[in-house]
Design a protein around this ligand. Structure first.
Ligand SMILES: [Zn+2]
Length: 137
């Protein structure tokens, strides 16, 4: 039994010394790691990988900031009673062309203020009500 336990311990000890094959996170090459935490094949790759990770994080932050700015713009539009074609397009996530077509067909109420088309927010909301009523019946 004692012998069996010894082999068991030595067995695990050798197992931890066995190098394990890994793929470098930076250059994507196969390499042999002696630590389970190793991510890169060399110091150079580690440095580059670290820089790359930092850059990715930075890009992510900037993207998130941009998204929140866009969202806050949309929030501002949401509270308006009257919209321009482009504001309406942004709000509904459709093209300006589609908005113009909707105003021309009369689905969305609009009027011309000089060269600009002003769209009533209420008429957009009404469209939602009409659609909901139709789907309910
Ligand atoms: Zn590498």
């Amino acid at each position: 039994m004692q012998l069996h336990l010894d082999t068991f311990i030595t067995g695990t000890m050798t197992a931890s010394k066995i190098p394990f094959p890994k793929v470098c996170e930076y250059c994507k090459k196969n390499f042999t790691a002696y630590r389970s935490t190793a991510k890169c094949c060399s110091n150079l790759c580690s440095k580059r990988y670290y820089k790359q990770q930092k850059l990715t994080a930075k890009v992510k932050t900037i993207t998130q900031q941009t998204i929140s700015i866009i969202n806050s713009d949309i929030e501002k539009i949401k509270v308006r009673d009257f919209l321009s074609i482009s504001q309406c397009a942004e709000l509904l996530g459709i093209s300006r062309f589609t908005v113009m077509r909707l105003t021309r067909t009369g689905l969305i109420a609009s009027f011309k203020a000089g060269r600009r088309t002003i769209i009533s927010r209420e008429s957009i909301n009404n469209q939602f009500n009409i659609n909901n009523n139709e789907s309910n019946t």
